[in-house]
Design a protein around this ligand. Structure first.
Ligand code: AMP
Ligand code: ZN
Length: 474
């Protein structure tokens, strides 16, 4: 049904809403810039990841087959600095942040990407691309031993961020060898950063251009092209990644491959606090843990982050979180009411009511992910059904249909608890079950047994199902 409605996304490059369809006619190849695991992610970062998840879920709701890749930046200026200061290897240093990131994704009900490549697993591929760019004359070695991309060699530089010519000229005489720009100016950017013992300690890779490590921009281009192919359908990130990161990704990828790198670029606006971007450097941030410690759930935080349109800045306040909680409570109490329907009455136009709601919900999503429109359809539907319940017009046949409808929209929203039993299982039990699964995968049988005993001691037992183990009251 959804296939009759064209799914449109706003492309930052063309500044137009464009119809999505896969380049290869089969699979949408979707790359999202992932975290630099040098610290715990904050909920500003998660606004972007929740948006990307919502987009991926919506595309799947529209029956697209999606292959999604999110990279993990495990080597850049920040991870090297952290590892060196703490006298740890890069791997040891990033581990707690890496693990916390995946735990947070689960808490926020973000569907796992198909691949989470780590930059350090693709160093040879990055070296190969640099060699190619040097051979073709797009790159040069600076007096500092770093290899740079020469932006004046790429006539399309600025295509994404719509930079003015004047700014580009300035760039021609400038070079930047840090991973992020201080100023919004175009500059030749680093592809390979030469090793400096004092700064980098023991962290370097050998290459034909000397010891060093790849530049951050090159990491994303390489992983995207190696895993998804030279032309990809959708590339997403927060708006701060648009320039210079994504502009530079285009330049180096297209000079390497000779093809258009990305068909549709999508960028999400920031989560802000009093008009300022939530960021580590400003110190105006909350981590997900901070909010869980205050008693909020992952679903409530997800609801807060996803309810505003992705291209509109979202102001974070505790009051906003509280009202997200109230909206979600309304949805949950609706589900409880529906679960209680058990009479033989049935509403003659239930199929039509649901079909209409589903079409309106789909139309809003297909219009550049108009989530507030889609949510308003859900709340209108609920109001309508509540009044039918008030008039005792619904029974168990209707319950089945309504729950199925809610399941289908929840495949997009990911915030509802539709299974009554699941809703009542405490978080610590769900977490113990996940940890037990992890322990079993790692063949750590004593730990797996310990976790099973813990679950039993709390009055729950583990059952198996085709979808994997689950817990229920003993
Ligand atoms: P970083 O770890 O800083 O590279 O950021 C990871 C992702 O989070 C990128 O896609 C950023 O654009 C995004 N991001 C960072 N801060 C915010 C914010 N305050 N609101 C929304 N997205 C953000
Ligand atoms: Zn990136």
């Amino acid at each position: 049904m959804q296939n009759d409605i064209p799914f449109k996304l706003f492309n930052t490059e063309t500044k137009q809403k464009e119809v999505v369809f896969p380049i290869d006619g089969k699979t949408l190849r979707f790359y999202a810039c992932g975290p630099t695991v040098y610290n715990y992610a904050h909920i500003g970062n998660f606004r972007t990841y929740v948006f990307e998840d919502l987009l991926r879920r919506s595309l799947e709701f529209f029956d697209f087959q999606v292959k999604m890749v999110m990279n993990i930046t495990d080597v850049d200026d920040k991870t090297i600095k952290g590892a060196k200061e703490n006298n740890l290897s890069l791997e040891e240093y990033i581990k707690p942040y890496f693990d916390a990131f995946f735990e947070d994704l689960k808490t926020l009900h973000i569907k796992p990407a198909d691949v989470y490549p780590k930059a350090t697993d693709y160093i040879q591929e990055m070296i190969d691309i640099i060699l190619d760019l040097l051979n073709k004359g797009y790159a040069y070695t600076g007096t500092d031993g770093c290899v740079y991309f020469s932006i004046k060699q790429f006539s399309n530089y600025g295509r994404l961020s719509h930079l003015k010519l004047q700014e580009l000229k300035k760039g021609a005489s400038q070079r930047v060898n840090v991973d992020e720009y201080e100023k919004e100016e175009a500059s030749d950017f680093v592809l390979w950063k030469a090793y400096d013992e004092k700064r980098d300690g023991k962290i370097y890779w050998d290459s034909p251009f000397g010891k060093g490590r790849p530049g951050w921009h090159l990491e994303c281009s390489t992983m995207a092209m190696k895993i998804l192919g030279k032309s990809i359908d959708i590339h997403a990130g927060g708006i701060d990644n648009m320039f210079p990161h994504h502009e530079n990704e285009i330049a180096q990828s297209e000079c390497y491959s000779g093809r258009q790198f990305v068909k549709i670029w999508v960028h999400s606006a920031h989560l802000v606090v009093e008009d300022k971007k939530m960021s580590k450097s400003l110190g105006n941030f909350y981590t997900l843990r901070d909010l869980l410690d205050k008693g909020y759930s992952g679903r409530q935080v997800r609801y807060l982050l996803m309810q505003a349109h992705y291209r509109t800045p979202l102001n974070f306040t505790m009051q906003g979180l509280e009202s997200a909680k109230l909206s979600l409570d309304r949805l949950q109490s609706f589900i409880e009411r529906i679960n209680g329907l058990d009479s033989d009455t049935s509403f003659p136009s239930m199929d039509k009511t649901i079909e209409d709601a589903k079409i309106s919900f789909s139309r809003f999503l297909a219009d550049d992910l108009n989530i507030s429109g889609a949510l308003s359809v859900v709340f209108d539907f609920i109001r309508n059904i509540h009044s039918l319940c008030d008039n005792n017009a619904l029974g168990k046949q209707d319950k089945k249909k309504i729950i199925e409808f809610l399941q289908s929209i929840n495949s997009v929203l990911g915030v509802l608890e539709l299974n009554k039993e699941e809703a009542e299982i405490p978080l610590e039990i769900k977490e113990a079950l996940d940890k037990r699964e992890e322990a079993r995968k790692n063949k750590n049988w004593p730990l797996a047994d310990e976790l099973r005993d813990f679950i039993l001691s709390k009055g729950y037992k583990i059952e198996d199902s085709p979808k994997g183990p689950y817990v229920k009251k003993a």
